[in-house]
Design a protein around this ligand. Sequence first.
Ligand code: NAD
Length: 460
Amino acid sequence: MTTATPTTESTAVTEESRDAIFDELGFPTDPDNLYTQTVGQMLSAASLMDLPHRTRIILAQPKNEVIVNFPVRMDDGNFRLFKGYRIQHNNVLGPYKGGFRYHEHVNLDDVKSLALLMTFKCALVRIPFGGGKGGVKVNPRTLSEGELQRVTRRYCAAISHMVGPDQDIPAPDVGTNAQIMAWFADTYMLSSGQADNNALRVVTGKPVSFGGSTGREKATGQGVSDVLAEMLPGIGIPVQGMTVVLLGFGNVNSWAGRILQDMGAKIIAVMDHTGAIRNDDGIDCHSLAAYSEKHFGIRGYEKQATATGSGTHASHGVEVISEEELYKTSCDVFIPGALEQMIQPKQAAMMDCKVMAEAANAPCTPAGDRVLRDKGVEVIPAILANAGGVTVSYFEWLQNKSCVTWDGEHVDRELNRHMVIAARRALAARERYSCDLRTAAFAAALEHLGDVYEVRGIFP
Ligand code: NAD
């Protein structure tokens, strides 16, 4: 692979070669389209290396795009039709791998974008999986438990011809959890006639009692923390005492908050879909996570914190703030862990942080990214920062395949090893290509994908 130092001229070349591929593949020109944004980031990295045109166009499109519409009986006896997606982006490195989400805004281009990111995440961390993603267009909070189970079983039945333990392996994402994975696995095992435990590997993120891995629930937050602990000293920020703002407080960020707090960081502001809070003395993320789980969000925590706070975790002094105040909160590290494209130029202009670690996938638009870069913010991209989830999913799949059980210490140690090596790999690529860390992470993944395409060749 040859490298080139980016200059104004090479940036123009980058855009020119990206636009040529967009034209060739008939992509929309909409600058707000998440899929073309993500492909654009990948092609920017590709233009820094000597990657064949065929590899670029293959990686710019998913291999398979499936949309299903399926009926589900609701509790009132009526039937409702649901729309589901499964996108298989690439499997040159191994079976497709990627979560499925339940959210009212799930759409084809967003799922395609998330599937592409999975291909690059697995390649960067060097786990033997490709990239996939799925979803159902529904707000899970509006469903009863019975309805949620029936939606999950019908979604599984609708895509069961394309998933499998060595073919395509889903996992949890926004709005889905271990219980939903258990229903998915059970449906697949019964409907495919594979009741043996081998078929358990069809999904990861299962409950520990049903083939799940210790440490999977916290894995993405743990991986974010491992990457920060590895990279921050080089940026001159000690983890001990650093200040953190969390955007989103679901699975990923509630764990990142708890783990970073235990490492000595101070979480000074948190926002989820129900509201935002701040405490300059630090918010106790353990008590906030317990509260949020019970109340389906952080709204009202400030009242509970005042009523029950012992003061030992500085739970007094929590104040409600606006969304704007959250973005403007001065901190060392800002961690977006909610949905895609939340950080646009307006939000980026308000942000006052030294580092942004992307716990969420594609939380920042390219325009928002440029504002942060101009402000000198170090952005740790999603394909590196949040790769801990799929890495422990790989451990779960391995444990199921070899009928062994790893203890928590073993999982944490192996996860840390993978995350630290991936972080160093991205930093080394940044040196090699003289580019920003996002482009470098894509480039480090592309080198691996390019090499495998080179040795495998294109059939026939
Ligand atoms: P989750 O559903 O558990 O949490 C999502 C969080 O986002 C919630 O706290 C919700 O309140 C918040 N949110 C939603 N809309 C918001 C808004 N408008 N303003 C503020 N907050 C809002 O989902 P998760 O599993 O924690 O996933 C979060 C992100 O991390 C997603 O981008 C997902 O793709 C990515 N991710 C998840 C995993 C995983 O293992 N779960 C792995 C890798 C990446």
